[in-house]
Ligand binder design. Sequence first.
Ligand code: IVH
Length: 678
Amino acid sequence: MTNQSTQERVEALSQKLRYHQHKYYIEDQPEISDREFDELMKELERLEAEQPELIRPDSPTQRVGGEVAFGTRVRHRQGMLSLDNTYKPEELYGFDQRIRRALPDQEVEYVAELKIDGLGVALLYEDGLLVRGATRGDGEYGEDMTANLRTIRSIPLRLTSIQPMPTVLEVRGEVFIPKDRLDEINRQRTENGDAPFANARNAAAGSVRLHDSSITASRPLDIFIYALGDVEGIEFTTHTEVFSSLAAMGLKLNPHTEVFPSIEGVIEYCHRWTAQRESLPYDADGVVVKVNSIAQQIELGATAKSPRWAISCKFPARRGITKIRSIEVQVGRTGVLTPVAILEPVQVAGATITHATLHNEQELIRKDIRVGDTIVLERSGDVIPKIVSVLTEKRDGTETIFRLPDRCPTCNEPVERSTREVAVRCVNSACPMQLKRRIAHFASRGALNIDGLGPALIEQLVDAELVRDVADLYTLKSEDLVELERMGEKSADNLIRSIEANKGAPAAKVLFGFGIFHVGENVAELLIDHFRSIDAVASAHVEEIEGIHGIGPQIAESVSKFFGQPTNQNLLKRLKAAGLQFGRAPEQKSSGTSESARFFTGKTFVLTGTLSTMTRSEAAAKIKALGGKVVSSVSKSTDALIVGDSPGRKYNRAQQLDVSILTEEAFISQLQEGNKET
Ligand code: IVH
């Protein structure tokens, strides 16, 4: 590093990353692409790996792993009280009267907030650094979950300094999972043989309390801070003032908080959100009303259980009653059999419900759910509704008990009921239904992204035995395909072309496409970044995999198990022979010869001098077409300067800043490489 010491660069990068994390995770207004962000993160990781003494505990790289004290009981510096509840907005008049009686002749202002349905946590910052994160527990004692809470990107590891800056700051918040992500997590869990989470709150709580923080890191957890706990070095007069300071320090607050001069406005707010709750991307189970003035809060005090200055107004449950017509069995990618209830259609909170997932057989037994039963159904968020309970008094004796079959409904092979897990599995690796699901995953957007290979076509390919595993996709011939229903020569050619077109997909996408338990897109990238090829991942020992920053024991075991199976080894060989990318695209070199399309994607270029084969604007258009960006002046964040004849001052500046320089010749060879791949 020529112009800057490594330490300065580490600090500059950390600061930049913190800024962009705040923009992305807290303000929801990213200023740079994910790719640019990743590049910064990788540079920081590389520098820290070279000089580990420069790693600070609040470095943006230090979110996963390396923590002690997991689950230790900790005493909250100030008790975390719970809230008194009301169930109808009009009941808030009673609350308002009690307040007025206790504070005669005083003006009272109220703050209304959404009550987020997640897991209550307390975060402790000392001198701006996150030193502890704990669950609420019983309010007096919680569990130390620092390691896992640190993985939540919207929790700053270091606060932005304000004046005056509190020396000690304990804040309370609610950790949650966006409701549209719950289905995805439950699907994975079911495939894994784990019991699904009943709702987003359980999913958030379960994820925060995992023993492997790399799995917590892979869960889409988020937080809203809702109150102050213990604080030293700063004083506040109102709750709203607390909120503005917390926001200024970089903490994430819910945007729907409103202040009202009287209870009427609060009641209207409750009605409004009762009607609008479905539109929220997370679960809220009510409204919390708080007295805004801190002096008044102190005067009002608290009972043993809850403050007198706050109350919640719970939203009504979104439930419906209907009958189970039948129960069907679905077979997932990993062979897990899932019962699904087919219902008499019913309207719940504005949606027509026809199916309810029963997750697994245990749940059927536990809730004693039978075909023909009248049941209570609950919708929470966008997730598939669940059956809360059976109205047994409505039974007339015609109801029938349902159990998962002993043979797979698709391939008719015996299923496996293991004592270790709740799942019942079809273990026939040739089971057509599993195969269909595996192919669908392999072809999906995050993996090989094969256009036009949808469920109906996959069904036909598997049923006609044209495809017995994903490698067979690469030996398909047009003449075989035209035999299929609704498949003309043209669509057959198109399919083959799109299968071929994505052969160049990066190794991480191929690895993700295998559908290994716990190996999502991020983990696949981490593995390829570390091992550089799928072959190296496949032959790595569990310990070596587990040694990667960001990967824990469960993931490591799952990867190692997958590649230990002879069928999977064989599959690897055939996919490699078919020409799929197994290695990582080579790194960019400053001399800039022969790279790939990745060379341009997400990077910033500057052009100078006269090019002999094209104009500068043609060059810029080509860079943009390959995902790059062209700017007019050279700075430290420029990735390369492309130099034609008689270059200007930009050339000297690039040299000063140690920015890579590409000759026209090298640039053209990069373009050719790039175009080959896209
Ligand atoms: S205020 C003394 N505000 O609900 C103040 N709580 O039963 C107590 N919660 O344990 C809490 N959103 O985990 C408050 N905007 C919000 C909240 C909220 C969710 C949770 C919190 C608490 C429980 C109260």
